[in-house]
Design a protein around this ligand. Structure first.
Ligand SMILES: Nc1nc2c(c(=O)[nH]1)N[C@H]1C(S)=C(S)[C@@H](COP(=O)(O)O)O[C@H]1N2
Ligand SMILES: [Mo]
Length: 512
């Protein structure tokens, strides 16, 4: 897809659509010979390190066996969650030129990253954990990525405190109760801005206490996937609040009206419709889990075994971690490793024990500095948020009596094998028209996948209905796309009839 289609203008949209139409007009034989490829991972992402839940928007989970034994997660193994297609890589080419707008202060302003760097310097160790981390364990199969334990990572983020920034511009206006941060993804014209924009609000007190605007992650400029050139870091708060490519900061009396804030990321009972009054997903509760050895069926030897894992509690840090090898009947103290990157980072723990060969299950339970103890069970909720139960996170390992025959190579072979199996994507057979429609699905701006989940297209959008579940017929897709339905606008001005027809054919074929 050309850069031009990322400019978000209607022209860009039309250009993208014209490219798709080209495929449509080509002789059907040639279309059939060159089926549109499933979208590729961004360059630099090593598929061996991740479970790929979706490529566009990008949704990749760190493999448990690769979470590491250090308090810091390297970029190469740090999970990624994007709600919308990635912004253009151009934005991180000259990070100092990125401009942030600041509103709701005495002197509203626009300020570049270069200027921000002159205001002050602060660093924080902070865990980014998706609110849905652990969703795979919920039995009611909530909508959204089926994360295991790996939608979390810990990094050192360097930047400037919001308090320093706001003070520099005269301080926050009176009566402002919230700080709203807006992501820099471009929302094309014609789309309902508040339905798509990645925008979150946090209490103004939190913003002034310890929230920072960061330009470095683990000592290097923040890469595009993790929100470069500029990212909000709300220490101890769930991932969604840590806005990437932050473009605007607004101090305001009320929370944002964006869907993601108003009704999204709130803890509601199973079956309850979304609403603005459920608790917003802010501070992360106490949680821990064991990462190895032996996760993902990597070989681990019987005898003296040192188990290791991570423990966190937003804004508090942990004071104790216990482990159990009998599902919680008895607990032993684990050792907290010395390196402590502060109350919003995670702490690595370890526990060494002598074990015979065969299967063993280990669980861990953290206690935070205010005495909260990690619970056994998850808290059931519609969207599968905030999982912190220790039971589901149990690690079962099969300890070997002898080193495996392939020795070191076994790990790699195992990984390669798993990686070459695409993420539970059933192969569907598409007609020539269906293939042309797939291109329309993938290449329109924003792609249909920004809002919809469709396995064949590798998309996990959550704003619109899940097409694999809805299984719409071509006729109803045509109707919806032509006339609009619910929050979805009409596309009849933006797409040709042929494009709409092929899109409808594709969706019907891909969800049959
Ligand atoms: N602009 C923007 N910021 C965003 C998102 C996004 O889609 N766009 N996703 C959020 C969510 S849901 C999570 S879990 C974290 C993921 O951060 P990571 O990709 O660096 O791991 O970023 C948050 N910030
Ligand atoms: Mo998330």
């Amino acid at each position: 897809m050309s850069e031009s289609s990322l400019d978000g203008s209607r022209r860009g949209f039309l250009r993208a659509m014209t490219a798709a139409a080209g495929a449509l007009l080509a002789p059907s034989a040639s279309v059939a010979l060159t089926p549109p490829s499933t979208p590729k991972l961004p360059s630099g992402v090593n598929p061996k390190n991740f479970i790929i839940h979706g490529v566009n928007p990008l949704t990749i989970e760190t493999r448990r066996s690769l979470m590491g034994m250090s308090a810091i997660t390297p970029e190469a193994r740090f999970f990624v969650r994007n709600n919308l297609p990635l912004p253009s890589p151009q934005i991180v080419e000259r990070p100092d030129t990125w401009v942030l707008e600041v509103k709701g202060v005495k002197q509203p302003t626009a300020i570049s990253v270069a200027e921000l760097k002159g205001l002050g310097l602060d660093a924080v160790g902070a865990v980014i954990q998706c609110t849905g981390n652990g969703r795979a364990f919920f039995e009611h199969e909530p909508a959204g990525s089926k994360w295991g334990v790996g939608a979390a990572g810990c990094a050192i983020w360097t930047g400037v405190r919001l308090k320093t920034l706001f003070d520099h511009f005269g301080g926050v206006d009176a009566g402002m109760n919230f700080l709203t941060a807006t992501g820099g993804e471009i929302i094309p014209e014609g789309m309902e801005h508040n339905d798509l924009v990645v925008e979150r609000s946090i209490p103004i007190k939190k913003a002034l206490d310890d929230t920072i605007l960061a330009w470095e992650m683990n000592g290097a400029p923040i890469p595009l996937l993790h929100g470069g050139p500029l990212r909000l870091i709300v220490p101890g708060y769930f991932g969604c609040n840590n806005i990437k490519y932050v473009k605007t900061l607004t101090c305001a009396p009320q929370e944002s009206e964006a869907k993601i804030q108003k009704t999204g990321y709130r803890l509601r009972p199973i079956g309850a419709p979304p609403g603005p009054d459920y608790p917003s997903m802010w501070r992360m509760p106490v949680k821990s889990w064991v990462n190895g050895p032996g996760a993902d069926n990597t070989p681990a030897l019987a005898g003296e075994v040192t188990f290791y894992g991570v423990a966190l509690s937003g804004e508090r840090g942990v004071k104790k971690v216990e482990v159990s090898l009998d599902m919680g009947k008895t607990w032993q103290d684990a050792t907290l490793e010395d390196l402590d990157l502060g109350p919003n980072a995670w702490r690595v723990f370890s526990y060494t024990v002598n074990l015979p060969k065969g299967p063993h299950t280990i669980v861990s339970r953290a206690t935070d500095t205010q005495g909260d103890i990690q619970p056994k069970e998850r808290v059931e909720n519609e969207r599968g948020y905030a999982h912190n139960g220790w039971l589901d996170a149990a690690l079962t390992v099969n300890l070997l009596g002898e080193p495996p025959e392939e020795k070191v190579a076994a790990t790699d072979q195992h990984m390669v094998k798993e990686e070459s199996t695409p993420p539970e994507r059933e192969s569907v057979s598409l007609s020539a028209e269906g293939q042309a429609g797939k291109q329309v699905y993938l290449e329109s701006q924003p792609s249909c996948g920004a809002c919809h989940t469709l396995k064949d297209a590798g998309s996990e959008g959550l704003i619109g209905p899940n097409l694999n579940e809805l299984k719409p017929n071509a006729e109803s897709v045509k109707n919806a796309v032509t006339n609009g339905v619910g929050a979805m606008p009409a596309y009849n001005d933006l797409m040709t009839k042929e494009q709409i027809n092929s899109l409808a054919t594709y969706i019907e074929e891909a969800t049959k």
